[in-house]
Design a protein around this ligand. Structure first.
Ligand code: NOJ
Length: 602
């Protein structure tokens, strides 16, 4: 019996049990029976989901203005569904002046004009539901746009009823209230001439931070969440959610500050209280999924956010893996044992009451194959498949970023004019124009780390601009490799990265051990091979991934034997063996041949 059927049958029988108990309830007997746990985990649809992130600006343009739109997403729902994913996370689609591509919201109840209308949104949601998929929206409520009506009012006078919706402070010794910096360069405070006070903006000047200590603000947020949930959306990805509670004393950075401002800004004194209130007021009333962008939250603090008994969030994004190749905004070389250690730490840091996410890319990070694989002509395809194998067999809900299923690569940026991102443009002003960093050095670093790498338009086919738009010029240039790297080519080639993702997603869906099974790294120190097991009772899998361009004769650690091959990216046929002859960027998923207890992996 397949996994999904198993779960369905379990749910169906639970529904029967529930009906019987409900009947008993009338006569005074207890009513609630929890679903049977798997490996200690309560089964939940969002634990079994595979999420696909759509960045609407770059997905598909249907009206020829060079900017993606909601109709474009609706027109490609079959493509998304065919991949096998069942949840779509939509980056912000709300009305915005686009200082930060929609992460600066002017009206939370209106669709961005460039993206379409509310009718287009409803059509999109309908299309998603018709295909038995779910939609998760981006909830960006640490800050709004400075063009939001609340801020327009707030800045008018010190006694405006909306003044306290934002964080205003007088100057300190004639300067900013403290020395905090914005993630987009410069001070995090901006002097507003109308009232002579500063407002806080941890991101762009046009993104003033909302004052969550004001209960009116929190209830405005809960109301707008209900507005979208009542339309039928299935949850939220919550933008920089740990920043909502700030230290009211606004102390300066500590003397020995290491530059990781997010660890200062996150997890203020009321964060848990506010999230529990949000859960009580809103989330608990719907069957939805929540994932917090937990920038600045340590692994030690994570269970406090995601332990189901605390009723805060379902899961968070932890950035240790995706940012392994960066340090203080600069690219750094990374090693495989470092990456493996992160996954082991995360696994050990969470028990069966908590849940994790797995991702190595999104709209804020370079392309997965360029950052963690090898995007050269020889290895782009096999390394993208190795990464896909890892994403879809680690423990946690996997998030696939649009275009990664095609093996889209970083963009060969040449000059500052090639970039759109406010982070890059402000960085250029702060570092290059002041001659603190040379233009060459800055651009070399941005080529490796810039968010724009992930934001170039989706490559649909080999027509001009990759079929993304009929406009002469898309909002951000298309990668010139689109004639080879595009969705049409991928669909027609049974060996494409896209079809490999499909097979892996299908395998995950059929295999409870790959969702709920124990995770164990069986060779943490190996510099090139990532080998791990996933075990659920007697059901055990062995994943072996060669993260290098070298051929490797790999002897499995003692007690382990590769059994039946479930999937392999290079068409291997080795089975029932303790030595694997791995080619460059070889990735395989086996049944484990020995019993888990004999191999000591339970
Ligand atoms: C995180 C988002 O992912 C990013 O794109 C944005 O710039 C910041 N939060 C500010 O909203």
């Amino acid at each position: 019996m397949s996994f999904s059927r198993n779960v369905l049958v379990a749910c169906a029988s639970l529904a029967l049990v529930a009906t019987a108990l409900a009947a008993q309830d009338a006569t005074g007997s207890p009513a609630q029976t929890p679903p049977p746990a798997l490996n200690g985990y309560q089964p939940r649809w969002w634990k079994e989901a595979v999420v696909y992130q759509v960045y609407p600006r770059s997905f598909k343009d249907t009206n020829g203005d060079g900017i993606g739109d909601l109709k474009g997403i609706t027109s490609e729902l079959d493509y998304i569904q065919h991949l096998g994913v069942n949840v779509i996370w939509l980056s912000p689609h709300y009305d915005s002046p686009n200082a930060d591509n929609g992460y600066d919201i002017r009206n939370y109840r209106k669709v961005m004009t460039e993206f379409g209308t509310m009718a287009d949104f409803d059509e999109l949601l309908k299309g998603i539901k018709q295909r038995n998929m779910k939609l998760v929206l981006d909830l960006v409520v640490n800050h709004s746009s400075d063009e939001h009506a609340w801020f327009v009012e707030s800045r008018k006078s010190k006694d405006n009823p909306y003044r306290n919706y934002y964080i205003w402070r007088p100057a300190k010794n004639g300067k900013e209230p403290n020395n905090w910096t914005s993630f987009f360069s410069g001070s995090a405070w901006k002097l507003d001439p109308t009232t002579g006070e500063y407002y806080l903006h941890l991101f762009a000047e046009k993104q003033p931070d909302l004052n969550w200590d004001n209960p009116k603000v929190r209830h405005e947020v809960y109301d707008l969440m209900k507005f979208w949930l009542d339309k039928g959306v299935d949850g939220f990805r919550m933008d920089v959610i740990p920043f909502v509670s700030k230290d009211p004393a606004f102390p300066d950075f500590p003397a020995n500050f290491n530059g990781r401002a997010e660890y200062i800004y996150a997890a203020g004194p009321h964060m848990h209280e506010y999230l529990q209130e949000m859960n009580r007021e809103v989330l608990s009333k719907y069957d939805v999924m929540t994932v917090g962008e937990a920038f600045g939250v340590t692994l030690q603090e994570t269970p406090l956010l995601v332990d189901e008994r605390r009723h805060e969030l379902n899961m968070i994004f932890n950035f240790d893996a995706v940012r392994l190749d960066q340090q203080n905004g600069r690219w750094r070389d990374w090693t495989l044992p470092e990456l493996k250690a992160i996954y082991t730490r995360q696994d050990r840091g969470l028990d069966a009451h908590s849940w994790n996410t797995v991702f190595l890319s999104n709209h804020d990070n370079p392309r997965i194959v360029s950052a963690f694989g090898n995007d050269s002509a020889a290895y782009r395809v096999p390394s993208a498949k190795v990464l896909a194998t890892m994403l879809l067999t680690l423990k946690g809900t996997p998030f696939v970023y649009q275009g990664d299923e095609l093996g889209m690569t970083d963009y060969p940026f040449k000059s500052i004019e090639d970039f759109d991102d406010i982070a890059v443009k402000n960085g250029w002003k702060e570092y290059v124009l002041t001659r603190r960093v040379s233009a060459e050095d800055f651009l070399a670093n941005m080529r490796k780390t810039s968010r724009d790498n992930a934001r170039t338009p989706m490559q649909w086919d080999n027509s001009p601009n990759a079929g993304f738009t009929t406009a002469a010029k898309p909002w951000l240039a298309v990668n010139s490799n689109y004639p080879e790297v595009n969705a049409r080519q991928a669909g027609e080639d049974p060996n494409s990265i896209y079809h490999y993702y499909r097979r892996l997603i299908d395998l995950r869906r059929r295999t409870p051990a790959l969702v709920y099974g124990n995770y164990k790294d069986v060779d943490p120190a190996h510099p090139k091979v990532f080998a791990y097991t996933r075990t659920l009772g007697k059901d055990a899998y062995l994943v072996v991934l060669n993260f290098s361009s070298d051929a490797i004769s790999y002897s499995l650690p003692a007690g382990l034997k590769a059994g039946r091959l479930e999937t392999a990216n290079l068409g291997n046929s080795e089975e029932n063996t303790t030595t694997l002859h791995l080619k460059a960027w070889d990735g395989r998923v086996y049944r484990l041949a020995v019993s888990p207890s004999r191999a000591g992996i339970n």
